[in-house]
Design a protein. Structure first.
Length: 266
């Protein structure tokens, strides 16, 4: 198995290809994005169990999303019964949950390693913030651990980014999939940088449009309500863009073979 080495311009190409897939079946993808948004909302209101459960389910969500995109690209109408089909293959759901548990476990470990050494500074910052009714001291104390966590999390995310389809479609062992995913993300770090910046700018533009509506006299509540479907649609395009980001690097084979890991060019 060989991971392609792509130019930086592919980061924007993935966004464009994701939009093309979304346009083919907007209702199905919008509904899927809405379901994920509700899952995120549930996670945000049920800490710490909710966020951990969400992270653990991400490989399942990723595989379902990519499989749906494969059907959409092939011109097949996505029916509700088709969404869970990739999880019905023998052993696939179990492997996705193992990957999810590893992902959640490593994320928790990264959080502990980066925030615990600064616990005294964080506690003091929170104490001062509560006295002065100003969050600035606490936010200042959070800067260094947040930066450290962000760096470590990017490494963890690269290991798991391509892992679900590598396991489910290419039949790799989990450890092999993590290795291939990490190597592929490193080799294509510039496309992923362009990809990430593009999506940040897209969502900032949607926020800017909502701000403009407020500035011309619309109430913030109504502007926020109008913004919601645009955020969900943009999220749908984002999820669709995962598919070209994967296929342009690894191809679309679904053979369940076990490729030789020595074939990758590191």
């Amino acid at each position: 198995m060989q991971a392609a080495f792509l130019p930086a311009t592919y980061g924007w190409q993935w966004v464009r290809d994701g939009l093309k897939l979304f346009i083919k079946q907007p209702l199905a993808v919008f509904t899927w994005a809405l379901a994920i948004s509700l899952l995120v909302m549930f996670a945000s209101f049920t800490p710490p169990v909710g966020p951990l459960l969400f992270v653990a389910l991400m490989p399942v969500v990723t595989l379902m999303t990519l499989s749906a995109c494969k059907h959409i690209e092939a011109g097949r109408i996505m029916l509700p019964s088709m969404w869970p089909q990739p999880l019905t293959r023998p052993g696939v759901f179990k492997k996705m949950m193992i990957i999810g548990a590893l992902y959640a476990g490593l994320s928790i470990t990264a959080g502990l390693l980066t925030f615990l050494p600064f616990s005294s500074a964080l506690t003091e910052g929170m104490r001062i913030a509560s006295i002065e009714k100003d969050l600035t001291p606490f936010l200042s104390a959070m800067q260094v651990p947040l930066i450290l966590f962000g760096v470590i999390y990017m490494v963890i995310a690269s290991l798991f980014w391509h892992a679900p389809p590598l396991v489910a479609w290419h039949g790799l062992r989990i450890t092999q999939a993590l290795f291939f995913s990490g190597i592929a993300c490193w080799r294509n770090k510039w496309p992923f940088l362009v990809y990430g910046v593009s999506w940040v700018l897209i969502f900032l533009f949607i926020d800017l449009c909502a701000g403009i509506l407020v500035s011309i006299g619309l109430s913030p509540e109504l502007a926020g309500t109008i913004q919601i479907p645009f955020n969900i649609a943009a999220s749908g395009v984002l999820y669709c863009s995962f598919y070209p980001a994967y296929t342009s690097v690894f191809g679309i084979e679904d053979t369940h073979a076990h490729p030789d890991i020595n074939e990758i060019n590191t």
